[in-house]
Design a protein around this ligand. Structure first.
Ligand code: PLP
Length: 298
């Protein structure tokens, strides 16, 4: 495995950063999770734009222009001979001293890891997930805005842990006003009377790239899509429900807090969108290799 750190490539054993890096000391940094399918990087530009927007909000200077860093992402995947991959792109505040002041960190550090991904088993896509709502509320937008994909993921980890404790693979988070916002690492959608509904970004969610793709696909299918607030009552009484994310893609939810959603099986719109998403992801990526010279799948 070849790991990129600040313009150089290192083996897994040699890829190391300073213990004074504020990414480690304080979670001061940002990241993206990006997928490659069939030799193409899916929605690469959208991930790069979100990374630079996260950086702007936390006043972090990424020491490379977007186009250059985008090429470095492609090159890292190429060097690892991958055609289906999960890419973790990280920008930390860099090494400073033990105080929190970011001005002590001379230069941000960039890390790119390209590896294979472990997925939810296919049967979960066929049968759907049972989930619960958890006590930990999603960060308030005026505190650490969930739109920033920051290295400080404790809010999500606490929610995930509450699900783990009770044996659930994913959870639903509410915001401090009690509105449904998202999963621990996924966006949430419901379907009611043929309308596709998802919480708006201002409510305090990560504005997912997969979420955007799914909204576009639904609109192309002629479905009405609404970004609107909803409560647990609306969730329990939805006809269908699913999560979206780079890792999970689009996964049906069939039970929430012991209540069956709709028929208790993945719904028709969910199935149609999953099929459309699977087609989209393999046909629209940014090419990693010159035409027809993909390394064979192993
Ligand atoms: N919400 C949270 C909190 C996440 O961590 C993620 C993915 O990492 C998502 C939503 C889904 O976003 P995307 O589709 O861009 O992966």
């Amino acid at each position: 495995m070849q790991i990129y750190i600040d313009g150089e490539y290192y083996s897994k054993a040699e890829a190391k950063i300073s213990v004074f890096d504020h990414g480690l000391l304080y979670g001061d940094g940002i990241f993206e999770g990006i997928r490659a399918y069939n030799g193409g990087l899916f929605r690469l530009r959208e991930h790069m734009v979100r990374l630079y927007e996260s950086a702007k909000t936390i006043a972090l200077d990424i020491p490379l222009p977007l186009e250059q860093l985008e090429q470095d992402v492609i090159e890292t995947v190429r060097r690892n001979n991958l055609r289906d991959a999960y890419i973790r792109l990280i920008v930390t505040r860099g090494a400073g001293d033990l105080g929190i002041d970011p001005r002590k960190c001379a230069k941000a550090s960039i890390i790119i890891i390209a590896t294979s991904i472990s997925l939810y088993p296919e049967e979960m896509y066929e049968n759907g997930l049972s989930v619960i709502t958890v006590p930990t509320r999603r960060n308030h937008s005026e505190m650490v805005n969930p739109r920033v994909k920051s290295l400080n993921y404790l809010n999500n980890i606490l929610a995930k842990e509450e699900g783990n404790h009770l044996g659930y693979a994913e959870v639903v988070m509410l915001n401090s006003d009690g509105y449904v916002v998202e999963g621990s690492a996924d966006n949430i959608f419901i379907v009611k009377n043929g309308v596709l509904i998802t919480p708006p970004a201002f409510l305090g969610i990560l504005k997912g790239i997969t979420r955007e793709v799914v909204m576009e696909l639904a609109q192309a299918m002629g479905t009405e899509v609404r970004e609107t607030v909803f409560t647990r009552h609306d969730l329990y009484n939805a006809d269908e429900c699913f999560f979206t994310g780079t890792g999970a893609e689009l996964i049906p939810v069939v039970e929430v807090d012991g209540r069956s959603i709709g028929t208790g099986k993945p719904g028709e719109m969910t199935k149609q969108l999953l099929a459309a998403f699977r087609k989209e992801r393999t046909e629209t990526g940014v090419p990693i290799y010159p035409c027809c010279q993909y390394p064979s799948a192993s």
